[in-house]
Design a protein around this ligand. Structure first.
Ligand code: FES
Length: 105
């Protein structure tokens, strides 16, 4: 099993509705802070590799700037033209710091 875990910064460093690209164990990850919650997902669109942080943050979703697929921040489910879910990462706040982690079998 492979695991990865990074400290992405202090909670107060993130503005509401911010998108921050980070790296977690060699993966490009997009960290989002919205309505008091952190979300983390792969930063590459499952349709054709569009960079999601170049897209747009909507209410509860991120929209790819290339062809408009939207990915739900809670479930990773896409809208067309993407059909494959986006990988989600775990987020947590520990001692005022934002932790992003993942594990893979
Ligand atoms: S690359 Fe993202 S919608 Fe096509």
């Amino acid at each position: 099993m492979t695991t990865g875990r990074v400290e992405a910064g202090k909670v107060e460093d993130f503005e509401d509705n911010s998108m921050t690209p980070i790296e977690v164990a060699g993966h490009e990850v997009l960290l989002i802070f919205q309505d008091g919650r952190f979300y983390a997902l792969e930063d590459r669109c499952t349709h054709d590799n569009g960079i999601l942080h170049d897209g747009e943050l909507l209410d509860g979703a991120v929209k790819c700037g290339r062809h408009g697929a939207k990915f739900d921040l809670e479930t990773g489910r896409p809208t067309l033209p993407a059909v494959k879910k986006i990988r989600l990462y775990d987020t947590a706040v520990e001692n005022g710091k934002v932790i992003v982690s993942y594990q893979e079998n």
